[in-house]
Design a protein around this ligand. Sequence first.
Ligand SMILES: NC(=O)c1ccc[n+]([C@@H]2O[C@H](COP(=O)([O-])OP(=O)(O)OC[C@H]3O[C@@H](n4cnc5c(N)ncnc54)[C@H](OP(=O)(O)O)[C@@H]3O)[C@@H](O)[C@H]2O)c1
Length: 264
Amino acid sequence: MDMGLRNKTALVTGSTKGIGKAIALELAREGVHVLINGRNKEEVERTVEEIKFNFPETNPQNAASDLVYPQQRKALFEKFPNIDILVNNMGIYEIMQYEDINDEIWETYFRTNVLAANGLCKFYMPKMLESGFGRILFIASEEALMPSGQMPQYCMTKTMLLSLAKSLSKLTAGTDITVNTIMPGPTLSENVHQIIDSVYQDETLTFAQKEKLFMDTNLPQSEIQRFIRPAEIGRLAAFVSSPYAAAFRGSPIRMDGGMIPTIF
Ligand SMILES: NC(=O)c1ccc[n+]([C@@H]2O[C@H](COP(=O)([O-])OP(=O)(O)OC[C@H]3O[C@@H](n4cnc5c(N)ncnc54)[C@H](OP(=O)(O)O)[C@@H]3O)[C@@H](O)[C@H]2O)c1
């Protein structure tokens, strides 16, 4: 299916690895010019080159920046004043004991996972309203609806994104600018791959066997009994970014492998 995205421009935050990179690749497959972001300039450049090589009809560009800092966001706005699609994917996560989470850590999570994304929306949303088309996507998590208790500092920020998306959706009512959230379940980013390899160091096990053991032990509630592949989230994000998805409005869209046990 041609998603009607050819020649649009998209900024995907945190797109040198994992889910963000997969979203950038799937958008490029649809002919989108992607702006690749991360803090490590070499990794950004490598990703730009990889996309240019695989999708030569597109013009991927280097948007390296630490988005937590307003000054760096400002420099990015000067370089890229107009985009059609904003995918707020970048986010930090770590298992932590509630007793160990001090105010500084709560603030770091809020600044990184919420304020950085909000800063981008504040700049780009009015531009999208002027141009008449726009897509804003937040990448939250199944933990936004179903906190496990293992990372309260993270879950708080992901629940906030659901609320922010709905507020912005109200503020763009009557236009072709949409604001939605995708909630991935456990997804096989490079990071997660390494964690599984470090949990099972037995070299006679294949990765598929390790994955199965991990699911049995740690995520028995998953209905797919495997990690979601980043490309699956990437494909969904490309669809939600497309003109065909105009009726998704402030929606929390679940691609959680069946982790959340409820109907809604
Ligand atoms: N993996 C999962 O199972 C899962 C499940 C549900 C939701 N999610 C959500 O999906 C999103 C992506 O997760 P992931 O596992 O794919 O992440 P990841 O593999 O850790 O990738 C992180 C990306 O973000 C960049 N980054 C980190 N801090 C940054 C900053 N301050 N400014 C700009 N870029 C920054 C990294 O590059 P640099 O290090 O070079 O900056 C990298 O490109 C996150 O929001 C996460 O909460 C993940």
